[in-house]
Write a protein that binds this ligand. Structure first.
Ligand SMILES: [Zn+2]
Ligand SMILES: [Zn+2]
Length: 267
């Protein structure tokens, strides 16, 4: 982890039992995943706010999560999911590929996983500039030269070509602190980069739009709201997507019985 990482603003998660799946990660991937997890709350609040927009303001809000294989909970795959909806303890999204390890898990399925399984997140502006993508250098590093030349022009890699070779953690750590809220605004990262001389904005994009970091009054997840808006997250107001599949620590899949389109409340 870069020594410049602002730990006071984005504390790294404690190594606890739920992060057991990280034990086999190489050191730089391990650091990348911790940085993604440390900024999860900010990511989740932006994902929540997007659900109230009449027109989408982001091209993609997606995550990568770790799913265990049946054989061994430490062995598994990192799988991408979009249409992300976050709650305090878990992430719900549609996976964008069939699972390599589980024949019961297919592209488009809605999964819900504990937030401790997060291995990356992606916020992409309408003009195709991404922030997040913490683990992409390691993903590219594992590919053959030939594969790499093909995928670098495809999402998610193409979303980050503008900041190459700066990595996600260094980009976020370099964000200026807003004079009004005293925090760094993730969404400013792509706009600021890479021209240092333009880092003159003293008030962050959230404050300029009248948004404050508050908590959902039901479950406490961070939300971004203007003065007077209801203090409820999108999940509490509108219900959450019903997951078709959830992993269990025993590595056995569990299909909820009576799967339906009813709204589903869970934090
Ligand atoms: Zn601010
Ligand atoms: Zn809520």
């Amino acid at each position: 982890m870069a020594s410049t990482w602002p730990r006071e603003e984005w504390p790294l998660p404690e190594m606890e039992a739920e992060l057991y799946w990280l034990v086999l990660a190489e050191e730089d991937l391990f650091s990348a995943i911790l940085a993604a997890q440390a900024t999860y709350e900010e990511f989740a609040s932006i994902a929540d706010l997007e659900q109230f927009k009449l027109l989408p303001s982001l091209l993609s809000i997606s995550v990568k999560v770790f799913l265990s294989s049946r054989e061994h909970p430490f062995v598994g795959e990192h799988i991408y999911a979009d249409n992300v909806s976050c709650s305090r303890e878990s992430i719900i999204g549609n996976i964008n590929a069939d699972s390599k390890f589980r024949d019961d898990l297919h592209e488009g399925d809605i999964i819900r996983v504990p937030k401790t399984r997060l291995s990356d997140w992606f916020l992409v502006s309408m003009d195709g500039r991404g922030i997040g993508g913490f683990s992409l250098p390691q993903v590219l590093g594992e590919m053959s030269e030939q594969d790499r030349t093909v995928v670098v022009n495809e999402p998610p890699f193409a979303w980050f070509s503008y900041r190459n070779p700066v990595n996600a953690a260094d980009q976020l750590a370099a964000l200026p602190v807003c004079e009004q809220c005293g925090r760094r605004n993730l969404l400013d990262a792509a706009a600021f980069f890479p021209n240092d001389s333009e880092r003159k904005v003293e008030i962050c994009g959230l404050c300029r739009n009248g948004l404050r970091r508050l908590s959902c009054e039901l479950f406490g997840i961070r939300i971004l709201r203007t003065e007077g808006a209801p203090l409820k997250c999108a999940g509490c107001l509108h219900g959450r997507p019903v997951p078709t599949w959830e992993p269990t620590l025993s590595a056995e899949p569990r299909k909820p019985t009576g799967f339906s389109n009813e709204v589903y409340f869970w934090e």
